[in-house]
Design a protein around this ligand. Structure first.
Ligand SMILES: Nc1nc2c(c(=O)[nH]1)N=C([C@H](O)[C@H](O)COP(=O)(O)OP(=O)(O)OP(=O)(O)O)CN2
Ligand code: ZN
Length: 125
């Protein structure tokens, strides 16, 4: 198996509902998105899936969130816009765009600040 990773980012505002602290007030982040993909087959060029394709499809989802107030847009108008929920959102939304029999989104890491991140993957504790 091969493990590929691309990194991109976006800027948005949010507040955390039911949060006991200053994150319940409107504030913004430059979110970093690390998209990790596993793939098992090489094509004749020695490529599994082009980094550019992973970036392109991740940016489709980034575009929905970039320069937005997350609490006002689906699904974060109902779901708290935590780093956890954003990571899970990328996992399934980008997965829908790139998953095939041979290529799958494996995990997504969202850096909310340069000192705090969350990784989502499908698995048990
Ligand atoms: N598990 C989570 N904890 C927190 C989340 C989250 O999404 N998941 N989010 C926040 C807030 O959004 C907050 O803006 C970030 O707080 P923090 O990481 O503490 O960042 P700071 O810059 O305020 O803290 P430093 O101490 O300067 O690193 C909070 N928690
Ligand atoms: Zn925040």
């Amino acid at each position: 198996m091969f493990v590929l990773k691309i990194v991109t980012d976006f800027a948005s505002a949010h507040l955390l509902r039911d949060y006991p602290g200053d994150c319940s007030r409107l504030h913004g982040h430059n979110w970093k998105v690390e998209m990790m993909v596993v793939a098992r087959k090489l094509n004749s060029n020695g490529i599994t899936i082009d980094f550019r394709e992973i970036k392109k499809q991740t940016k489709v989802v980034v575009k929905l969130l970039d320069h937005q107030y997350l609490n006002e847009i689906a699904p974060f108008d109902k779901l708290n816009p935590t780093a956890e929920n954003i990571a899970k959102y990328f996992f399934y939304e980008v997965g829908q765009l790139i998953n095939t029999n041979d290529v799958k989104v494996k995990e997504v890491t969202i850096w909310e600040t340069s000192r705090a991140s969350v990784t989502y993957y499908q698995g048990d504790l």
